[in-house]
Design a protein around this ligand. Structure first.
Ligand SMILES: CC(=O)N[C@H]1[C@@H](OP(=O)(O)OP(=O)(O)OC[C@H]2O[C@@H](n3ccc(=O)[nH]c3=O)[C@H](O)[C@@H]2O)O[C@H](CO)[C@@H](O)[C@@H]1O[C@H](C)C(=O)N[C@@H](C)C(=O)N[C@H](CCC(=O)O)C(=O)O
Ligand SMILES: Nc1ncnc2c1ncn2[C@@H]1O[C@H](COP(=O)(O)OP(=O)(O)OP(=O)(O)O)[C@@H](O)[C@H]1O
Length: 491
């Protein structure tokens, strides 16, 4: 698109130089500029993008946009001045990618916790309803083919140029719907500006990220932007903040997992080793639900996902079948499917800090009739060596059997890490541990020694696809390792 035409389309100031320059893309990161890029110089908290104009130009940028050239900075490129560079970045990204969200049914999910789970559930229910659906979440992005992909610079919600390009890719891959996790940072920094939402889900709000948002009110105000931008809101009646969200979107439904008055309600919740069962009362009628997920909070996530999917056309039967076939979020309290017959329950989770390990083991304890096992390591290199002993202590205290093993030890001698974990367990007064340095062997040992009724938690790696051993990086798939270990059990 010609620079002048692009500027006119977005009501940006007309360029005084090279109006006929061809703009083929937009970026906020000078290192990502390509021939034909428009470089948006963002004044950030750590850097001023204007310092990188020369780098962007060297890489082929044809124009710069910013909130004003700082004193002493000059450029030979055309410079478009706007009041809000991040807002313009989002508008340009949407325009240059042809507004892909307008051709998709888009569901946004925001809240302090539950975004990732609810996003995955929603995309699964939409697929169960026959809609080819893409997904963008902390865990990566997924085309309707179901294969998870990563994008550079790990974000929950990436900056607008990446976001719009992913939406375009989804559309080209045949998606008719997309589910996007919208972080509060993304909402505050205009990363999702220009997305044409069809529905917005609110999980709940608790104090978090106050360093960035300033106050809990500021955090709420940033998250609220998603509800303000959506024509249809799915609100959590159990969250006190919801009062301030009522009537913000033109249409809304509420959900409650705690017996509150709401359009979507659940009762008769039961937890077992294999998941949750509950009864749903909804505008689509009343029906029984089975959800192979651990953690009662997932009832709320499921209600929210169902309400959004129903808005996009899913029937009660499709929702019921969709919940029952949900495979979980990769590496997050993920139940590993094993061969038929009595088996220990095996779970893959990415908990890798002492508090998250403790929480995961406590959650599993409540539905474990037999022994609780954990396989856990601690990363090497410069990754927080002080957590090794506490991890050992938590494993010894909260599990019946703890197996310490490798977990990206990098250049740090593995024996040193294992010794620190053992010391932590021993000093906590526990002797229920052993170290098996090779992770595959450790997993196979735990899974084959455990009995039906036991739970084996494989903690730390979650969905990561590599294992860093000394200077070597090897491919890794914890779920597959678990499946193979289960298959080794004698029938
Ligand atoms: C608070 C926050 O989100 N800040 C993001 C924001 O930073 P910023 O505006 O201060 O920018 P800056 O780093 O000062 O840089 C200014 C500009 O110079 C550019 N630059 C900078 C250096 C350089 O060498 N070249 C260059 O071009 C940058 O691309 C940027 O455009 O824009 C930067 C560029 O995209 C991001 O890297 C940065 O993410 C920081 C690193 C971050 O940690 N963000 C996290 C907190 C985040 O966004 N998390 C949420 C999830 C939160 C949750 O729910 O847990 C997420 O959506 O992932
Ligand atoms: N509806 C919920 N209410 C309260 N806690 C929840 C809820 N859903 C999930 N959690 C807790 O929050 C943790 C993180 O959940 P999830 O990954 O789905 O959400 P998120 O934190 O919003 O996303 P992200 O992965 O982007 O940080 C879960 O392991 C669980 O302990």
């Amino acid at each position: 698109m010609k620079l002048a035409a692009l500027a006119a389309a977005l009501n940006l100031p007309a360029p005084t130089q090279t109006p006929e320059a061809d703009v083929t893309g937009v970026t906020h990161n000078a290192a990502w500029a390509e021939p034909g890029s428009l470089f948006v110089a963002v004044r950030g908290a750590r850097a001023d993008g204007h310092s990188f104009i020369a780098q962007a130009q060297e890489r082929g940028a044809v124009a710069v946009l910013g909130e004003g050239l700082p004193t002493g900075v000059q450029t030979t490129l055309p410079y478009l001045q706007v009041p809000d560079a991040r807002a313009a970045l989002a508008d340009l990204a949407a325009e240059l990618h042809g507004h892909p969200s307008r051709d998709l049914k888009v569901v946004g999910v925001t809240g302090t916790d539950g975004k990732t789970t609810t996003s995955w559930l929603t995309r699964h229910l939409l697929r169960a309803a026959g809609l080819p659906t893409g997904l963008l979440s902390t865990a990566g992005y997924e085309l309707p083919d179901g294969k998870l992909r990563q994008f550079p610079a790990h974000f929950t919600t990436p900056e607008a140029p990446q976001l719009q390009s992913i939406l375009r890719e989804l559309l080209q891959a045949g998606a008719q719907a997309a589910v996007l996790e919208a972080s509060s940072h993304a909402l505050a920094l205009h990363r999702v500006r220009g997305v044409a939402w069809d529905a917005a889900i609110w999980t709940h709000l608790t104090r978090e990220h106050l360093d960035f948002h300033g106050s809990v009110e500021g955090y709420f105000a940033d998250k609220r932007r998603l509800i303000e931008a959506a024509p249809f809101a799915v609100l959590n009646a159990d969250d006190p903040w919801t009062e301030q969200l009522r009537g913000v979107a033109p249409q809304e439904v509420t959900y409650s997992a705690e017996g509150g008055a709401a359009d979507w309600q659940a009762d008769k919740v039961q937890q077992s080793g294999r998941g949750l069962s509950f009864r749903v009362h909804s505008p689509l009628g009343e029906f029984a639900a089975e959800l192979p997920m651990i953690g009662a909070f997932n009832v709320a996530n499921a209600l929210a996902a169902m309400a959004a999917a129903a808005h996009l056309g899913a029937t009660a039967e499709q929702l019921q079948a969709g919940l029952a076939s949900f495979g979980g979020v990769p590496g997050r309290m993920q139940l590993v499917r094993g061969p038929a017959g009595p088996q220990p329950r095996v779970i893959v989770d990415f908990a890798h800090t002492p508090p998250s390990l403790e929480k995961a083991l406590q959650t599993l304890r409540s539905t474990t009739g037999g022994q609780l096992w954990v396989v856990i390591g601690s990363a090497g290199g410069n990754r927080d060596p002080l957590k090794r002993a506490p991890l050992g202590e938590v494993a010894g205290r909260c599990a019946d059997q703890a197996i310490f093993t490798e977990e990206d030890h990098r250049e740090t001698p593995l024996q040193d890490i294992l010794a620190a974990m053992e010391r932590g367990a021993r000093e906590g007064g526990h002797s229920n541990f052993r170290s098996i340095p090779d992770r595959q062997e450790a997993i196979r040992y735990a899974v084959t020694q455990a009995q039906p009724g036991d739970t084996v938690l494989l903690a730390g790696k979650g969905p990561e696809d590599t294992l860093e051993r000394d200077t070597e990086t090897v491919p890794w798939n914890e779920t597959r390792e678990a499946e193979e270990a289960l298959a080794l059990r004698r029938p």
